[in-house]
Design a protein around this ligand. Structure first.
Ligand SMILES: Nc1ncnc2c1ncn2[C@@H]1O[C@H](COP(=O)(O)OP(=O)(O)OP(=O)(O)O)[C@@H](O)[C@H]1O
Length: 261
């Protein structure tokens, strides 16, 4: 719970999920997310991180418990004012130019073409792809494809951005650059972010709060505030406070795994 003050932007209350094959993926997840927060969700493979995001996106329904919103996402979910999603795979349409890939959610929402094109151009510039608007996905590097995928998720100006291991397949330098670009977009657009990662270092760099999950069955083991100041940049990586926060989250993760191997 978030104590006094405005209702949380989003709240999972006692969410439990048993998949049809019997797997108990989540048990009794209670989590209140404030408007504009940046949450990192860390935990070992299979502890239910993606399942939490799928619930929030409305892609699966909980077996028990519920999800409440201060204002339900527009259009019932993914779309303008609603939810943007980015996965580990950029999932671009190979036959479409980058600008057409990024414009897709606006086309689906029937945003007038002139306005849509202006928004696509602005966002491509922000993610550093202005010169590649006419290119096809196969002409882009992995990092550039991920930038396009982020642009597509943000072009509808969602209030919530869900990211599931988006940078896991990228090299370290590209990944760090994308971390910085993502933080810049978050500070500018003020969306709420839920970011699943296996990397404690990445999660601590980005987030103002780390949710550490334990497996079998998936549950929240620790909820750790990360009081490192924003804006964050490369200098944070050598900051003693960053090291201390990474250590705290790593210890919580190790504790979550104890007895679960
Ligand atoms: N559609 C499904 N049907 C049955 N079981 C599922 C389904 N999706 C996930 N699971 C199971 O639920 C558990 C949690 O899966 P989930 O993908 O949420 O974990 P995760 O923490 O995101 O894992 P990873 O880090 O490997 O992506 C796992 O045991 C997984 O096998």
């Amino acid at each position: 719970m978030m104590g006094q003050g405005p209702a949380p932007f989003l709240e999972l209350q006692g969410v439990t999920k048993r998949y049809p094959n019997g797997t108990l993926a989540l048990t009794d997840i209670s989590l209140a997310v404030g408007d504009g927060e940046f949450l990192a969700i860390v935990g070992a493979s299979g502890c239910g991180k993606s399942t939490i995001l799928r619930h929030v996106a409305g892609l699966v329904v909980p077996t028990a418990g519920r999800i409440t919103w201060s204002q339900p996402p527009a259009a019932g979910g993914i779309g303008p004012g609603g939810i943007g999603m980015v996965f580990q795979e950029p999932t671009l349409m190979p036959w479409a130019r980058i600008q057409d890939n990024v414009r897709l959610p606006l086309d689906l929402a029937k945003v007038p073409r002139i306005e849509a094109d202006a928004r696509v151009a602005a966002l491509l510039a922000q993610v550093g792809l202005a010169d590649f608007a006419q290119a096809y996905p196969r002409e882009l590097s992995g990092g550039m494809k991920m930038r396009a995928s982020i642009a597509r998720a943000l072009v509808t100006r969602p209030r919530l951005l869900l990211m599931d291991e988006p940078f896991a397949a990228l090299d370290e330098i590209t990944r760090q650059k994308l971390n910085d670009d993502l933080l810049a977009l978050w500070r500018e657009q003020r969306f709420t972010a839920m970011f699943v990662t296996h990397s404690v270092y990445e999660g601590v760099y980005l987030a103002n709060r780390a949710i550490v999950m334990a497996p079998r069955p998936g549950r929240i083991h620790a909820d750790i505030p990360l009081d490192l100041p924003y804006p964050r940049d490369e200098s944070l990586r050598t900051d003693a406070r960053y090291a201390a926060a990474c250590r705290t989250v790593s210890l919580a993760l190790a504790d979550a795994m104890r007895g679960a191997a």
